[in-house]
Design a protein around this ligand. Structure first.
Ligand code: GDP
Length: 148
């Protein structure tokens, strides 16, 4: 009997996702969460917070000094966000695929950013870009009691 390939098989991994302030303000957080659920992600943890500048700066510290950094911090602290830990096999890459390109003008049809981004800065969602970033970003925002 031949082997069938099942993309769902494999160890589950966690990725950090953020629903950014522009998407929360547009009241489409539920629609975005449904897209993750429909794509097979399990919501491991979720909370709604309003980030303080030092938190946004710490989270995005790798971009400090870049021309868009101050605007990014101003935007990320302009209203509440949802922080989520999403679990699935291959969650990091699968969420990058579902989000679409950082620049919404380049995002593929059907991706979260194509549907809900307003600009390059206000691009609706964040998703960890590697397993190592996912570990750092999850522990930046969630403690062990929040990760059942
Ligand atoms: P991501 O991993 O796809 O979110 O992209 P990056 O880690 O490279 O950048 C973090 C966030 O900074 C992006 O999601 C955008 O909101 C913003 N950003 C990145 N590059 C640019 C840029 O060239 N211009 C502006 N205005 N914002 C940017």
């Amino acid at each position: 009997m031949g082997q069938t390939q099942n993309l769902e098989v494999g160890p589950s991994e966690n990725t950090l996702a953020i629903i950014k302030p522009n998407a929360v303000k547009k009241n489409v957080a539920g629609k975005i969460i449904s897209m993750w659920e429909d794509a097979g992600f399990y919501i491991q943890a979720i909370k709604k917070v309003w980030l303080m500048p030092h938190q946004a700066r710490g989270f995005y510290r790798e971009h400090e000094g870049k021309p868009f950094f101050e605007g990014l911090i101003e935007f990320m602290t302009s209203g509440p966000v949802y922080l989520l830990v999403l679990a699935a096999p291959g969650a990091v890459q699968r969420n990058r695929d579902l989000m679409g390109a950082t620049d919404p003008a380049k995002a593929a049809d059907g991706t979260i950013r194509k549907l809900f981004a307003d600009s390059l800065t206000q691009n609706a969602v964040h998703g960890s870009d590697s397993l190592k970033s996912a570990e750092r970003e999850i522990s930046f925002f969630f403690n062990t009691f929040e990760l059942p």
